[in-house]
Structures are given as C-alpha cells and as structure tokens.
Write a protein that binds this ligand. Structure first.
Ligand code: 4AD
Ligand code: MG
Length: 461
C-alpha cells in the first residue's frame, strides 16, 4: 500500500516521487495552473497538488476536475512556498478515478450540521465529521490503552438480552414473530415461548450485569459496545443507540471507583490531546473556543467531590430559579447538573450517595438506609457523562431491592447466584462514549459525534 497523506506530511524532508489517492476538497483552476487539494481522510490536512501544462492529461482531464472527484496524483514532493503547508505535490500525472455528478451536495461553502445529517453517507468527507471520526478512534485507543495498562480484560457483553439491566423498562424488543400474526396462548396473550429465544427478548441497555460476572472471575474487566435505549428523548445528549464503556472491578468500593473514574478521564484526555492535536485545534478554532482550555483543565485540576445531599444544599442556596424544583429525594436534572459543574465548581464533579428511591436496584445500600453508593460524574456543557456505583453484593438486601422495585426476581436468578457463590464487594461505572466525544470536541449535538445516529423517527443509513 502507498503512503497515506498523514505519513507524507510527517516526512522529514521534501523530495522524491509520491503517489496519493483521495477526494478533492477543492479545485482551483488558474491560467495554466491548477491547484487541487486532495484529502484521504488520514489526517486533518489535505495535500496541495499543483498541476501545469507539463502534467499528463492536463487539458483533457485535470482542467475539468472539481470538488468531490476521486483522483490519483503522482509527482514530486517539494517544499511549499505557500502558507499553511510544509509540502506540496508537483504533479506529473493526475488521473480521474471517479467523477462527480453536478448535484454533489458538498460544496466549498460551510454547511449546517442539520443539513449534513441528511447526507450521512457523504458527511465523513467534511472537515468536521472527518475530525470527529478520528477523535472517536483516538479516544477508543486511549480507553483500551488505559484499561490494558491496569490489568483489565475486555469482556464482550451480549447485545441481545432477557434482562433489564437498569430496571427502567425502556428497551427495544427483539423478535422474529410477525406483528399482527403472533401465536397466542390460552389467555389470548402473545406466546413468547414460540419466539426465537423462547422468551421476551430485548436489545441491551447496559453490559453491566454481565460485566459483574466477569469481574467476579477475572477481577477487572471492561466492556465497550453499543447499548440501546427506547426513551423518547429528543435532546442534544440522547441517542437511541450509543456506545458505552463499562469497567467493573472486584474488591472495590465507591471511593476506589471515583478515583478510577477521575484517573480514567484524565488519562484519556491526555492521550487524545497528544494524538489528535490537529483535529482538536480545528474544533477549538471553528466549533468551540474552549476546547483546548477545557482539555488542559481536565488533565490538570483535581475533580470536585460532593455528596448528593451537599449538591442539594448548594442548589438551594444558589438563589437560582430552576425549571425543575430542587429537593432532597428528587433526581438532579440536567439544569442542576450543569449549574453545579459549570458555574459553582467550574470543573468536573463527582457526586455520590444518591437517595435510593431514584436509583437502580443493584446499587449498594449505605448504612443510613436512605442513600445508595451511587456515583455520577458531571462535566461542564454536558452534565452527566458517567454513571456508576458500588454494587449490592449482599444477597438478602439485593432480593429486597428487587422486590421493592417490582422487578421479576426469576429474571435475575444468575445475578443473585453471584451473591451466593463467592460474593465480594465490587463496583463499576458506565461512560457514555458519545458524551465523551462531545465534551472533547465541543460539538453541540450528540447526533454529530456518531457516524450514523439513531434517534426517534430516524434510523436511516
Ligand atoms: O447512567 P447510566 O444509565 O448507567 C448505566 O447504564 C449503568 N449500568 C452503567 C454501569 O454502572 N456500568 O448510563 C451510563 C452513561 C451515562 O452517564 C451517559 O453518559 C450515557 O451512559 N447515556 C447515554 N448516552 C447517550 N444517549 C443516551 N440515551 C444515554 N443514556 C445514558
Ligand atoms: Mg445515569
């Protein structure tokens, strides 16, 4: 394989023959000279190609090239006299590989993100989406590196499941039965025993319960996969399909978990900052001018740590008029979270010890009998980026919690078994990967940090 533009631009010196292939970002035809900017997506920058009459096919082909064409250019790499690039290619030959119809929707002008979502098959070719996709990749690597350096084993949790990991009920059903023609039982109800899995089955909302199985055998595991929520939230921070990173650690309590979350975010930010410098500089310049300062801030500053009760006191003392009332026992809304992390603390914040009434069945019950060892990490602009907890590892208490929440105990038989056979304290969290990418890039809408967003009313592409 030939060198990518990324590798060419990293060369120590100009000189030598080079062939590049990619798509034209721009084509400018001056008198007797054509300037073509080729991008192959391997890095933010493109390579400028200069072609004159000595270039093969100059009149017949090169002069007709326009934005979007797939081309192959061969020539000599020379130092660029122009600003903004070290090298350029003086072409001896430029071949058209794939032409572009006149209605190519990506023209040189800036397009709105909303419009770009309607052409998700072409938007990876834009500066912004290209940079987003490279940052996603960089963050993926940083996450894997972080865990592997600390002895975590990646566990592949299933996408199809019978159990509701969050007990929140917003799951997508998986079935091969024909709607309208499903077999019925004696009571006239749909007979799920005749369905593919012989039971009602769903797309998973979280890999946590299986990650707990892994942690209680391999000590430290993490999952990194797609998760699904059928909540009808049309917001800039919710997707119906999103990627979640879920570490689970045996012999760990809530304080150890908060330390892990802070270390984790700092380490991922540091590595992405180093490896995606050009892309992040672009976001800072064109999307949100706080991207680079936020990055430095996350890496350098210790996160704040407070309990839910302290959060409620701060909110009540703030003198702010919130849309949703603040009171002990009510869940924190995004406006509250953002006030705390953006305005009051001005940095990422770990909130622990939430009321048990608003949290999932599996969270460890604290001695006060009203709070659980839950943990959310809140960050400016986004609000909740991580949710996690120490897990309830005591069988009797867990059973009581399942009953209290009206969940069917028989669905959780294997989860309960883990509390009968070598139970141990353990804890874990889930990071919403797209929210992390939003936070890093400054992108306002979560639909623009995933290549193919799934949201209410839309699963195209
Ligand atoms: O807080 P959540 O619901 O926690 C869990 O699912 C736990 N089982 C995780 C664990 O302890 N292993 O979700 C975790 C994170 C949230 O903090 C948020 O960042 C993200 O997942 N998230 C979403 N991201 C995009 N779209 C949605 N609809 C999301 N719902 C949650
Ligand atoms: Mg949560």
């Amino acid at each position: 394989m030939d060198e990518l533009i990324r590798d060419i631009l990293r060369r120590k010196a100009s000189g030598g023959g080079v062939t590049v292939r990619g798509w034209l970002r721009t084509a400018r035809h001056a008198k007797n000279l054509s300037f073509l900017e080729i991008s192959d997506g391997s890095c933010f920058a493109g390579l400028q190609v200069v072609a004159g009459p000595e270039c093969a096919r100059f009149e017949e082909e090169v002069r007709g090239l326009g934005t979007g064409c797939a081309v192959e250019a061969t020539g000599e790499l020379v130092d660029s006299p122009g600003e903004g690039q070290r090298f350029e290619l003086h072409a001896s030959e430029v071949k058209l590989v794939g032409g572009v119809d006149a209605d190519y929707p990506l023209q040189k002008k800036r397009h709105g993100f909303e419009f770009l979502r309607t052409i998700a098959h072409l938007r990876p070719r834009t500066n912004t989406l290209g940079a987003v996709l490279r940052v996603r990749d960089g963050a993926t690597r940083a996450i894997n590196d972080f865990f592997h350096a600390r002895g975590f084993v990646q566990l592949h949790s299933p996408v199809i499941t019978l159990s509701d990991a969050e007990g929140a009920g917003d799951m997508f059903r998986v079935s091969t039965l024909e709607p309208g023609n499903a077999p019925r039982d004696a009571d006239g109800e749909i007979d799920w025993k005749q369905d593919f899995f012989e039971a009602p089955s769903y797309l998973t909302v979280s890999g946590q319960l299986e990650a707990e199985i892994g942690a209680l055998a391999l000590s430290r595991v993490y999952t990194f996969g797609p998760t699904f929520r059928a909540e009808n939230s049309n917001t800039s921070r919710h997707l119906a399909e999103f990627w979640m990173v879920e570490p689970e650690v045996a012999f760990c309590d809530i304080d150890g978990l908060a330390d892990l979350a802070e270390d984790f975010l700092k380490s991922v930010f540091r590595q992405v900052g180093d490896q995606c410098e050009e892309d992040l500089a672009f976001f800072d310049k064109r999307v949100d001018d706080s991207v680079l300062s936020t990055l430095a801030h996350v890496v350098d500053q210790p996160f704040g740590r407070i309990t839910y009760s302290e959060a409620v006191e701060i909110l009540q003392a703030s003198g702010r008029e919130f849309e949703f009332p603040v009171g002990w026992g009510a869940d924190l809304q995004s406006e509250h979270e953002r006030f705390l992390t953006e305005e009051h603390f001005g940095k990422p914040l770990v909130v622990t010890h939430y009321p048990k009434g608003i949290k999932a069945f599996y969270m460890y019950g604290n001695d006060d009998d009203r709070t659980v060892a839950a943990m959310d990490v809140l960050v400016p602009r986004i609000g909740e980026i991580i949710g996690g907890s120490q897990r309830e590892h005591r069988l009797d208490i867990l059973k009581r919690r399942i009953a209290e929440q009206g969940l069917p105990e028989e669905h959780y038989w294997w989860y309960l078994d883990l509390r009968r056979f070598g139970s141990a304290p353990h804890a874990g969290f889930g990071l919403g990967f797209e929210r992390l990418v939003q936070f890093m890039t400054g992108m306002a809408n979560i639909r623009d940090v995933i290549p193919f967003p799934r949201v209410p009313g839309n699963a195209e592409f």
